[in-house]
Design a protein around this ligand. Structure first.
Ligand code: GDP
Ligand code: IMO
Ligand code: MG
Length: 441
């Protein structure tokens, strides 16, 4: 049975946690393939809300095995805290949580370096989550990183950590004039992880490839979003990994031929946390309304999310890169009560109108969105269980999105809870999808 990839199609926080949790009912394995504890994936059930940062969103289904793949950067302190919370909630992790021996670790010096670098960037700061993600990936590609497997050998760990911390201290002192870190304190803290983490560590690539060969149902859970991809996003206002579909193969060690479906999670409007261009941003009452109604505050950092209209130019670009085979529209309920809903269908730049997404920041900062306007709906849609329970204007909105992107909308989420979901929507939506594939001229 092939692999399904679930991907954020905007700037993150599209509702991946809710959707992955829901889809996990029919899945054997859920695997994270990139990012780290910068992610905040929210899951609501039994009237409770949980935010996962590193553990895959299938963990609340006892029959699901959760894999943290080689492409993830793991903060062992954050991971062990999360594991404890999951256990305290009454869920087992033994034999159900597998961690790649090749995954790289986030160390206190990564967070410190990130902090001083962001401060030095001043106005040009990225607005990172402060979780040490960028510096950890830098060390990985500089081949000076420390991996999970290193935690299991105290002598190796001590040697590698000493070299790494001394180097980072030299940078902190001489480049940033910042306070240095205590080598011995860090070593003492991290050598203790060997026994704690050992039961979870395995060759997850071997495990996943065997599972795929046996016909197990595997879901790869993306973190962040396509427009935060280090190559395809709004660089440098991006994260340091590949949330896009290609990332799942290198981040897990599975062949591209094993992937047969790519689900794009699309919030019914746009949000972004941190800095960087955002053409459809609303810095007015409507933006405030979306933030308040959608509770748009970061699940990891608590920062207010910037809000704006849906951007189909950006989404078409995400669809082109990821090859979405289906879409899940989330937070449609948040649009209820708006008289008018706008959707960006093109950009105007230097007097020309184009549907191409220019990911380079200079251009994207200066584009002017061209909007199409839709009448809103007043009804509360949070208990819709069927597409036809939705008001006609909501259905028209969905059909327009599906036809513009030429991708079927299979799922519509109308609230944070599992039950607040319309499945099998595409059949009833009857969008004209005869113009495939969606590539901007
Ligand atoms: P993720 O990072 O993509 O998993 O998304 P987050 O968890 O950071 O943010 C999504 C937020 O929206 C969470 O608070 C979810 O509980 C909530 N949510 C998810 N789907 C819906 C929906 O359809 N409607 C509403 N109102 N909230 C939703
Ligand atoms: P989930 O998985 C939204 C953003 C940060 C910042 C940029 C770089 O919950 O959707 P980083 O700490 O990764 O170096 O920050 O990326 N960012 C996210 N925004 N959702 C996320 O994750 C994010 N993870 C990182 O705000 O702009
Ligand atoms: Mg999030």
């Amino acid at each position: 049975m092939p692999v399904t990839v679930v991907i954020g199609s905007q700037w993150g926080d599209e509702g991946k946690g809710k959707v992955v949790d829901l889809l996990s009912e029919k899945i054997d394995i859920v695997a994270r393939y990139q990012g780290g504890a910068n992610a905040g994936h929210t899951i609501c059930f039994d009237e409770k809300t949980f935010v996962l940062h590193l553990v895959p969103s299938g963990i609340f289904h006892e029959g699901v095995t959760c894999v943290i793949g080689n492409g993830v950067v793991i903060d062992p302190v954050a991971l062990m805290r999360e594991v404890q919370t999951i256990k305290d909630l009454g869920f087992s992790v033994d034999g159900r949580l597998l961690i790649s021996h090749n995954a790289h670790l986030i160390m206190p010096y990564h967070k410190r370096i990130e902090e001083v670098r962001e401060r030095a960037r001043d106005e040009g700061a990225i607005g990172t989550t402060g979780r040490g993600i960028g510096p950890a990936y830098v060390d990985k590609f500089a081949r000076t990183g420390i991996r999970v497997v290193d935690l299991l050998d105290r002598d190796v760990l001590r040697k590698k950590l000493t070299a790494s911390i001394e180097e980072k201290n030299a940078i902190l002192r001489s480049v940033y004039g910042a306070e240095v870190l205590d080598v011995d304190a860090i070593i003492d803290e991290y050598v203790e992880f060997d026994k704690i983490i050992d039961p979870f560590v395995t060759d997850t690539t071997q495990y996943l490839c065997s599972a795929i060969a046996e016909g197990k149902r595997v879901m790869a859970e993306g973190a962040q979003g396509s427009l935060l991809d280090v190559d395809f996003g709004t660089y440098p206002f991006v994260t340091s990994s590949h949330p896009t579909a290609g990332g799942c193969c290198t981040g897990l060690g599975i062949p591209p031929t094993s992937v047969d479906s790519v689900i794009g999670i699309v919030k019914a409007y746009s949000t972004r946390v941190g800095n960087g261009p955002f053409p459809t941003e609303l810095e007015d009452e409507t933006g405030e309304r979306l933030r308040a109604t959608g509770h748009e505050f970061g699940a990891t950092t608590g920062r207010p999310r910037r809000c704006g209209w849906l951007d189909l130019v950006a989404l078409n670009y995400a669809s082109m890169i990821n090859g979405f085979t289906e879409l899940c529209i989330t937070k449609l309920d948040v649009l209820s009560g708006l008289d008018e809903i706008r959707v960006c269908v093109a950009y105007r730049y230097n007097g020309k109108v184009s549907t191409r997404f220019p990911s380079e920041v200079q251009t994207l900062t200066n584009v002017e969105p061209v909007y199409e306007s839709f009448p809103g709906w007043a009804e509360d849609i949070s208990s819709a269980s069927n597409l036809n329970d939705l008001p006609a204007n909501a259905i028209s909105y969905l059909r327009f999105v599906s036809e513009y992107l030429q991708v079927p909308i299979e799922t519509v989420s109308t609230g944070p809870k599992r039950a607040q979901t319309v499945t099998g929507a595409a059949r009833e939506l009857k969008a004209d999808l005869s113009r495939r594939p969606a590539v901007a001229p």
